[in-house]
Unconditional design. Structure first.
Length: 143
């Protein structure tokens, strides 16, 4: 997969940290420190431009350690990077914690998973097949 990196000397390729890792860490590539106050949100630049192949998507996800320890998570839970997007990857973070949080250049701020997907073709219908669950929604199968 092609990637263009700004500031290559201080901004390495995303990498899997262990053999079993599904996600690659995304590092911040901000010029100055970002101080994120509680309930404040911002876009954090990564300095990465990717060429995701057709039939694949990039999923940007929160890092669990940042979320549980500091309340730093993604504004949109999971971000999708479509195969035809060519702009810089920026991570929309929010501080749900009680303290200011500082993001420095090179901090691991999110993770990227590249995965295959299928596009569907809709079939207009007057009904859909019934199932055992039926119309049962939120909480209908128990706690």
């Amino acid at each position: 997969m092609k990637i263009r990196i700004l500031n290559k000397s201080t901004n390495p390729l995303p990498e899997y940290k262990t053999k079993g890792s599904a996600g690659m860490d995304l590092l911040s590539n901000n010029e100055a420190e970002i101080i994120l106050k509680p309930m404040e949100r911002t876009l954090v630049p990564t300095g990465l431009f990717v060429e995701i192949p057709n039939g694949y998507e990039g999923q940007v996800r929160a890092r669990s350690g940042l979320s549980i320890k500091n309340g730093i998570t993604l504004v949109n839970a999971v971000g999708t990077i479509d195969s035809d997007y060519r702009g810089e990857l920026k991570v929309p973070v929010i501080n749900l914690g009680h303290e200011d949080f500082t993001i420095k250049r090179g901090d691991r701020i999110a993770q990227l998973i590249v995965t295959k997907y299928e596009q569907v073709i809709w079939e207009d219908s007057d009904s859909v097949d019934e199932t055992d669950r039926g119309h049962g929604g939120f909480g209908s199968t128990g706690v």
